[in-house]
Each structure stands twice: as structure tokens, then as C-alpha cells.
Write a protein that binds this ligand. Structure first.
Ligand SMILES: Nc1ncnc2c1ncn2[C@@H]1O[C@H](COP(=O)(O)OP(=O)(O)OP(=O)(O)O)[C@@H](O)[C@H]1O
Ligand SMILES: [Mg+2]
Length: 310
């Protein structure tokens, strides 16, 4: 029994005397998206390279798609897809020819339906007959992922899959990733865009100088930061006054008849807050939970903004 698509324990990697991965542990359940975040040089690509067998680890263990990385590297390679690495786009061939070649290699014959479907799915049908050398960075990235999918990988490693893509192409990529996950595929994703992690990832881990400094769901991470608060809006100034007396740590916004109450936004504390209002026969017109976004989390954990880390 093992429902983890990726299980990493005590993973270490050094270049010379510089520890790039200093003992990292994480697990990725099958059929979920795991996003590794961290500033430049944190070790994200190194982690991906180790897990895809491109680089050997110096210590620790890892299982990918049920296979031990150290002793079953070939089985790991057969089960995974890596964009930007194995799926080498041939510049001299057109997009269509690249895909045909990949389908032929993987399946032993060219299935034109598969080729056409992939070209359409990745919005490459219009440029299918142009050489890949004429493709933009974004088109190349899409062709790369399309070629990766030909092998029906169960675990896919995407190192910054949408860097440099325009917003529309980024959304196409996101929807393709969501479809893959719906089919049961597991995604390991690194990204510079914290919104992307927030949108796609079931779990996020923040890597800083070779160590994981936090992991959890995007919401869990955001809730850990100070600044999370519940905003209560009242119908009358009298209600606001009463509530402000009740929650001495709250901050008033008299103009909006609102009170900001610090809290973690978890259901348990929300219930306690509502019970307290109830006990004093106070009704809020509106209740909303405000949580910091992943950019705030990133800054708090690494001391750098995601923008500055680029
Ligand atoms: N082949 C190598 N030889 C020596 N040092 C390396 C090698 N590859 C990576 N490093 C070092 O390991 C550290 C981590 O690099 P890595 O590429 O994993 O970071 P990253 O988190 O992917 O960064 P980025 O956000 O810039 O892509 C860096 O300090 C880098 O200089
Ligand atoms: Mg990198």
C-alpha cells in the first residue's frame, strides 16, 4: 500500500562543500499538485533534477511512482514525464513532426488522431506546419508539454512551466494541468508565480537555502501569518459600539461600521466568535475572513518578496 506518488526523506545534495539540499522531507499523494516555492538558488531545480534521476542525491531516500530512486531509476524514468529535459524539441522539425516522432517512439506507430488532438489542446494547430525553430518561447513550452503527455506519464515534473507565458497561454496551461490531475496524474510544480501555486497546488512547500521552511495547503500557510482577521460589518453604530466593547482587540472602522478582529479564520474560532455575538444578541450584517496571500507568506518565510527573488 502506497498512495504517495512522491515520497522524499532526508534528501541531501551538495555541490562541492555547498549544501544545496540540506535534508528535505515531503510527500505528494497521487493525483494531487505539489508546488515547491523558493527564491532563486533555493534548490528547486536541483530537487526536480534529483527526483527525475538527472542528478544523483548524496543522501536520503526518495520513491517516485512507487519506485526507489536509487535502485529503480529506470522504472522511475518510465513512469514520469519531465518537460524541458527529456522531451527535446527538434528545431528542424515542425510542431506536428515533433509530435509524430514522439508518438511513433512511444507507441510504435504514428496515430494521427493523437497528434491532432494534442496540437489542438495546446493551441498549436495553426503553427503545426512551421519548424519549431520559429516558435516563440511560450509555443515551445506548450509543444514540450504536449510531447511529454504522449507517454501517458503518471507523475509529471514541471519546472517553471509558465515562466514567460502570456496570461492567456498561462491559463491554457493551468487548465491542462487541472485536466491531468482530474485524470489522476500527479504534478510536481515549481513556479515563480505565487498566484499559480495558489490556483493549482493542493500543497505547497517553501524551500529556502536547501531547507523546507514551511509546508501545507496554501490556506494553511496563509493562516499562519499574523494579519489574518475577521471583518464584521454592523447595521448600526450602536451595534458596532457593543461589538467593539466585546472584542477589545478589534480595530474599528467607524465609517464602514466594521470591526476587524484578529483571528486565524479557522471554523472553530469563527464559531466561537459568532457564539459570542449571539450571547450578546448582536448580529453582524456581513462577516468576511481576510487572509494574507502567498506573496505575504513567501516574504515572511524567506525575507524576500517573490518579485525580488526573480
Ligand atoms: N551543477 C551545479 N554545480 C554547482 N552548483 C550548482 C549546480 N546546479 C545548481 N547549483 C547551485 O545550487 C543552488 C540551487 O540551485 P537551483 O538551480 O536548484 O535553484 P532554484 O531554486 O531552481 O533557483 P531558480 O529560482 O533560480 O531557478 C544554487 O546555489 C546553484 O548555484
Ligand atoms: Mg530553477
Amino acid at each position: 500500500m502506497n498512495s504517495s506518488a512522491i515520497a522524499v526523506s532526508g534528501l541531501r545534495k551538495a555541490y562541492g562543500d555547498k549544501a544545496v539540499l540540506d535534508g528535505i522531507d515531503f510527500e505528494v499523494p497521487a493525483g494531487t499538485v505539489f508546488s515547491l516555492l523558493g527564491p532563486n538558488g533555493a534548490g528547486k531545480t536541483t530537487t526536480a533534477n534529483v527526483l527525475t534521476t538527472l542528478t544523483a542525491a548524496d543522501g536520503g531516500t526518495a520513491r517516485v511512482a512507487g519506485h526507489d530512486l536509487a535502485t529503480e531509476a529506470r522504472a522511475v524514468r518510465a513512469a514520469i514525464g519531465v518537460t524541458g529535459q527529456f522531451a527535446a524539441v527538434d528545431d528542424l522539425l515542425t510542431g506536428q513532426e515533433n509530435l509524430r516522432l514522439m508518438v511513433d517512439l512511444q507507441r510504435g506507430r504514428v496515430d494521427e488522431r493523437v497528434v491532432t488532438e494534442l496540437l489542438e489542446r495546446f493551441e498549436l494547430a495553426d503553427s503545426a506546419h512551421q519548424p519549431a525553430s520559429t516558435y516563440s518561447g511560450g509555443m515551445r513550452r506548450k509543444l514540450d508539454l504536449a510531447m511529454t503527455l504522449v507517454g501517458d506519464p503518471r507523475v509529471i515534473f514541471l519546472d517553471e512551466p509558465t515562466t514567460g507565458l502570456d496570461p492567456r497561454s498561462r491559463r491554457t496551461m493551468w487548465s491542462i494541468i487541472r485536466d491531468l490531475v482530474a485524470e489522476g496524474v500527479t504534478i510536481f510544480l515549481t513556479t515563480q508565480y505565487l498566484e499559480e501555486a495558489d490556483q493549482l497546488a493542493d500543497r505547497v512547500a517553501v524551500l529556502d537555502q536547501g531547507r523546507l521552511v514551511a509546508q501545507g495547503t496554501p490556506d494553511e500557510l496563509k493562516r499562519r501569518l499574523p494579519g489574518t482577521h475577521v471583518r464584521l460589518r454592523f447595521a448600526t453604530a450602536a451595534d458596532l459600539d457593543a461589538a467593539a466593547r466585546l472584542f477589545a482587540d478589534g480595530t474599528r472602522d467607524d465609517e464602514a461600521l466594521a470591526l476587524r478582529v484578529p483571528g486565524d479564520g479557522a471554523t472553530r474560532s469563527l464559531r466561537a466568535l459568532l457564539d459570542r455575538l449571539d450571547a450578546h444578541s448582536l448580529d453582524a450584517e456581513e462577516l468576511s475572513v481576510h487572509t494574507p496571500d502567498l506573496d505575504d507568506v513567501f516574504l515572511a518565510l524567506t525575507g524576500r518578496t517573490a518579485e525580488a527573488a526573480k
